[in-house]
Design a protein around this ligand. Structure first.
Ligand SMILES: Nc1ncnc2c1ncn2[C@@H]1O[C@H](COP(=O)(O)OP(=O)(O)OP(=O)(O)O)[C@@H](O)[C@H]1O
Ligand SMILES: [Mg+2]
Length: 213
């Protein structure tokens, strides 16, 4: 924890595999008044029409990857990245620092709150998550349940879902990094009790930290 005035006393990094229920769980904390910082949403805004990343993406890859409305043409970008693996790295080199900067800004804006939650899908994949966060909260469910939910939501083929899951950290790797786990393998109705308990725990940890200032 920290005495840095540019962030809440306690910063929680929330992660989980694709379709595990990160957004569902984060929203339950949001309903309890906890500031949520969603890096997926930030990435989306950066590449929306007139998004802050669009000029640099256009410079790097040309008009071919910009849609008529001025947003990133995801299909064109995917096609380009498919034919040239370096393209993805170059796109990430543009987006990641901007996502990081906007995330830090939103963390600073939440500084008055006891704690805040930052949702980062690939948190475990990006090195030691405890360098940036006081606690890591993992939303967990069996891989078969993940596959079923993602297919239901997105019409992706089974092989595509499997490829995405294979490219992410394993369930075991995520759980090894977790300080707290929300089991989302069952009924969503059971989530709110678990979130209530964690919320009380996080508020207590944040208050204990603030008392030492
Ligand atoms: N316990 C549950 N039981 C049944 N369906 C659920 C449960 N939790 C979440 N879902 C559904 O599964 C899908 C994935 O959930 P959610 O969007 O919260 O996951 P996510 O981890 O944020 O996914 P993504 O990786 O795409 O961001 C959604 O359609 C959601 O409504
Ligand atoms: Mg989500």
């Amino acid at each position: 924890m920290t005495t840095d005035k540019n962030r809440p006393a306690l910063l929680i990094g929330l992660t989980g595999g694709i379709g595990s229920g990160k957004t569902t769980v984060a929203n339950l904390f949001g309903e309890r008044g906890v500031p949520l910082i969603d890096t997926d949403l930030i990435a989306h805004q950066l590449t929306a029409p007139h998004g802050a990343a669009i000029p640099e993406i256009r410079r790097a890859f040309g008009d071919q990857v910009i849609a008529a409305d001025g947003s990133l043409d995801r299909a064109a970008m995917r096609a380009l990245a498919f034919s040239d693996p370096a393209v993805r790295k170059r796109l990430e080199a543009i987006l990641h620092p901007m996502i990081r900067q906007q995330t830090d800004l939103q963390i600073a804006q939440a500084a008055a709150a006891p704690y805040a939650i930052v949702v980062i899908p690939l948190l475990v994949e990006g090195g030691n998550p405890h360098e940036r966060f006081d606690r890591i909260l993992v939303v967990d469910c069996p891989v078969e349940v993940q596959i079923e939910r993602v297919k239901k939501r997105s019409q992706l083929a089974h092989e595509q879902v499997m490829a995405i899951i294979a490219a992410q950290a394993s369930r075991e790797q995520r759980l090894a990094a977790a300080d707290d786990v929300v089991d989302n393998g069952g009924n969503p109705a059971s989530l709110s009790g678990r979130v209530d308990a964690l919320h009380v725990c996080f508020l207590e940890l944040a208050a204990a930290d603030s008392n030492r200032l």
